[in-house]
Design a protein. Structure first.
Length: 426
């Protein structure tokens, strides 16, 4: 089993490439979807930036309790991705499913103002992640279907760069609101809800509708033909390369520590004050923003497998620095080093993984294929959050991080063998 980086999509032909305009590397729909993601991520990251501290210090959650909620935050999204991807292919309207997902997430933001216990917070976060799960595969399918196979990495890089601009502005907005508002957390949640509504409006008004997102004709494009059946979507797992990619994404996800835990570890190791905590995701976002497009273009040239594995090597180095930090208290460069490596990890993996699917999945099943791989990865990260939180609670953060680092090293070695290129592929 191996991943071929340069193969054309299963149903792509010369005529289809001409319709898409091979000379245009970034389609307009990619830019519009990037704008929607930028606005939505400002809203989401405002909440994400303050949530760990809010739960642990204000509501008094233990690391295990926070790990459970964080697992729910990611696990629900993973399960719903399969539904969102299949329904988008079945009704052949990616915009509709993406819009429902963005809308549901926006509706959940105000509910954070009234949720104060583990059960109510878990329910609200589960609904919010349901929205994310519904929208992710249809949105990425629109990006993939609007872009020639040779430029998938660049297109996803552009989208992720715009998405990350929102991830960069969100924590900054949360930081300013916390400093200015008397009821800081409530103000953050309220402003986040308003911004999320704006993102939904941009999607509804400016993203092309059914039959136009892929740049193909209504009669012969993905919008035509009988409804996609569940059996057809599940049959994708019989494709060896897609099965290998999904398996490796899950294997590496089992050792990928949640962002929230990474930021908590950085804060503890570097002795950062609580008022500065919301700015930590900003460091990751800046590096991600700067590297997303060039790293995506590099993946198109040298091979997506190589870049994907290199990204996990960056994450492993960040783990090593955090493990080493207790022996060097007050190390001034710890924060920028760890956050820089964390951002590099996302630049080399977040857009590269869906880009690698362009040559593996037929157009009429593109959202389903993206959902299968995304779900395998997200479910694994859900398990990692639970295990990491439990280990931290019982034995401390050091052993928890050491276990994740050793596991990541072993899993990356296995993934390197499974995804090895064949012949002249890189």
């Amino acid at each position: 089993m191996y991943l071929t980086d340069r193969s054309q999509p299963v149903q792509d032909g010369p005529d289809q490439d001409r319709r898409r305009g091979p000379g245009r590397r970034v389609a307009p729909v990619v830019l519009v979807l990037g704008t929607v993601s930028l606005i939505t991520d400002i809203s989401s990251e405002m909440v994400t930036a303050v949530l760990p501290l809010y739960l642990v210090t204000t509501l008094g959650f233990s690391p295990l309790g926070f790990g459970t909620l964080d697992g729910v935050y990611n696990g629900v999204s993973a399960l719903v991705q399969l539904t969102g991807g299949h329904l988008a292919d079945r009704v052949r309207d990616h915009k509709l499913l993406a819009g429902l997902g963005y809308g549901l997430s926006a509706l959940c933001k105000p509910l954070l103002l009234v949720a104060g216990g583990l059960g109510s917070l878990g329910a609200v976060l589960a609904l919010e992640r349901t929205g994310k799960g519904l929208r992710t595969a249809p949105r990425d399918a629109m990006i993939s279907l609007s872009t020639p196979a040779a430029h998938q990495g660049r297109a996803f890089g552009v989208h992720r760069a715009m998405d990350t601009t929102g991830a960069m502005l969100g924590p900054l907005a949360a930081f300013l609101i916390l400093r200015a508002a008397a009821d800081g957390y409530d103000a953050v949640f309220g402003v986040s809800a308003c911004v999320a509504v704006l993102g939904v409006l941009v999607l509804v008004l400016f993203v092309p509708g059914k039959g136009r997102s892929s740049g193909t004709d209504e009669e012969d494009g993905p919008a035509a033909g009988p409804p996609v059946r569940v059996r057809e979507a599940l049959a994708l797992l019989r494709v060896p390369r897609l099965r290998a990619l999904a398996g490796c994404a899950a294997l590496l996800g089992l050792t990928t520590v949640s962002d929230a835990f990474v930021y908590l570890l950085v804060q503890r190791r570097a002795g950062i004050g609580e008022e500065w905590f919301p700015l930590l995701p900003l460091g990751t976002a800046v590096v991600f923003l700067l590297l997303a497009v060039p790293v995506g273009a590099l993946a198109d040239r040298v091979g997506r497998r190589t870049v994907f594995l290199a990204g996990h090597a960056s994450l492993l180095t960040a783990y090593a620095l955090l493990l080493w930090a207790p022996a060097t208290p007050g190390m001034p460069v710890l924060v920028p080093l760890v956050l820089g490596l964390h951002g590099t990890f996302y630049a080399a993996t977040d857009g590269v993984l869906p880009a690698a699917l362009a040559g593996l999945v037929p157009e009429h099943l593109r959202a389903s294929g993206l959902a299968i791989v995304g779900t395998s990865q997200a479910l694994a990260r859900f398990c990692c959050s639970l295990a990491f939180g439990a280990t931290w609670t019982v034995w401390g953060d050091g052993p928890a991080l050491a276990g994740s680092a050793v596991g990541l090293l072993c899993c990356a070695a296995v993934a390197g063998l499974v995804l090895r290129p064949a012949g002249g592929d890189r």
